[in-house]
Design a protein around this ligand. Sequence first.
Ligand SMILES: [Zn+2]
Length: 120
Amino acid sequence: MQAEERKKLEEESAELLAELGSLRNVLHGSWVVRYSTCSNRNCRCHRGEKHGPRRYLVVLEGGRQRQKYVPNCQVEAALAGVEEYRRALSMLDRLSEINIKMMKDRALKVRKIAKCKLPK
Ligand SMILES: [Zn+2]
């Protein structure tokens, strides 16, 4: 690998890592919109005007699917968070591609992780 190409890849890697660090709302789940009927037989919902929309994020917890209600005031932020998750995955894939190239070029470096002392 040419030094110039390596420098470009290192810069791209640094940009991806910085962007990953900015994804504050990241949410992993499937978006579900539901309309429902209530228990009141005389309610308009039983004549076709169902209640809703109500939004949920379907997430996995301990291998089981759970529906998390998304309040209306959080819909915009939550949708952005779902998109951030998709973006994070594609950035991780690209980082891995870059790192594979670096590894082939013997340029993959060990990043030392700061050790913290455990309380006694
Ligand atoms: Zn109703």
